[in-house]
Design a protein around this ligand. Structure first.
Ligand code: PBG
Length: 323
């Protein structure tokens, strides 16, 4: 036999030499759920290993992540009160604004990204303001822009709109520039699907829609070309980084976006993807650590530069000392 692919598989160091895809802590962005109060570190039932954190606990968590080589966090806020327009989302003393200031003070090098959306702040749980039972796209843009500016004022390095309203990247870019935040980057949730994999997140963030669903603004899982269209639109509107979400059931989308675009690409390994691994691991059905690393390297192999993942800390630990 002339050709024996196994020659390159037998010796660990050779396997490493011919490895095509790298996975390292600096590929990860760790989501953090920030809440009001003090000294809070409340476990989230459907996401073992994840917590609702008050500002100083979030800073502590950020420090641990930073020390493990994870360069960035993305913050989701659990406000003290909700209303029809989500007004706590742009409050100077809001949960996210407070946590940004705390993390920036305690871990100055950490890249702090803030999720921009109304669903955690509205009493109806939709990602924008309502007109009747429908989300009013253009009225929502103004509020998202206000929220983004308020995050930037608090010190956020990058805002990440996850609402899927049309035109929001441009609305946010214009508002940031007008207020003097030309250097605040935008990571757009560009191809965000209406997915059942968000279940544990909505539980964690108390953000499930009180009626209907998000199909009127999030994408149909059956569509691939539409993802490219959304990506192009967001880049034209000024997105610095684009995102595909969820990741695992959408590896084909990640691949085609990678081939089509030059900007950095992020993929969101969402709450349901995390919860499935944790649940099967707890039942003793899979080797959780092994599956975690396999999933993460697969997302990178598909073409993502960055991965938003609840595994960030655990994976960074698992990768420590690995060459
Ligand atoms: C807010 C938002 C959601 C997620 C991130 N930002 C939930 C949703 O759209 O309902 C989901 C993240 C996850 O499941 O881990 N719009």
């Amino acid at each position: 036999m002339l050709i024996r692919p196994r020659r390159l598989r037998r010796i660990p160091a050779i396997r490493e030499m011919v490895r095509e895809t790298s996975l390292a802590p600096n590929d990860f962005i760790s989501p953090l759920f920030v809440s009001c109060g003090k000294g809070m570190r409340e476990p989230i039932g459907s996401m073992p290993g994840q917590f609702r954190l008050s500002a100083e606990s979030a800073a502590q968590e950020a420090k641990e992540l930073w020390d493990l080589g994870v360069p960035a966090v993305i913050l989701f806020g659990l406000p003290d009160t909700k209303d029809a327009i989500g007004s706590r989302s742009w409050a100077k003393d809001g949960v996210v604004q407070t946590a940004v200031r705390e993390i920036k003070e305690k871990v100055p090098g950490m890249v702090v990204i803030t999720d921009v959306c109304l669903c955690e702040y509205t009493d109806h749980g939709h990602c924008g303001v309502l007109k009747g039972t429908e989300v009013d796209n253009d009225a929502t843009l103004e509020l998202l822009a206000k929220q983004a500016v308020s995050h930037a004022e608090a010190g956020s390095d990058m805002v990440a709109p996850s609402d899927m309203m049309d035109g929001r990247v441009m609305a946010i870019r214009k508002a940031l520039d007008k207020e003097g935040f030309q250097q605040t980057a935008i990571m757009a949730y560009s191809a965000k699907y209406a997915s059942g994999f968000y279940g544990p997140f909505r539980d964690a963030a108390d953000s499930a829609p009180q009626f209907g669903d998000r199909a009127g603004y999030q994408m149909d899982p059956a569509n691939a070309r539409e993802a490219l269209r959304e990506i192009r639109l967001d880049i034209d509107e000024g997105a610095d980084i684009v995102m595909v979400k969820p990741a695992l059931a959408y590896l084909d989308i990640i691949r085609s976006v990678r081939q089509e675009t030059l900007v950095p690409l992020a993929a969101y390994n969402v709450s349901g993807e995390y919860a499935m691994v944790k649940a099967a691991e707890q039942l003793g059905w899979i080797d959780g650590k092994r599956v975690m690393l396999e999933i993460l390297v697969s997302i990178r192999r598909a073409g993502a530069d960055l991965i938003l993942t609840y595994f960030a800390k655990e994976a960074a630990k698992a990768l420590q000392g690995r060459r």
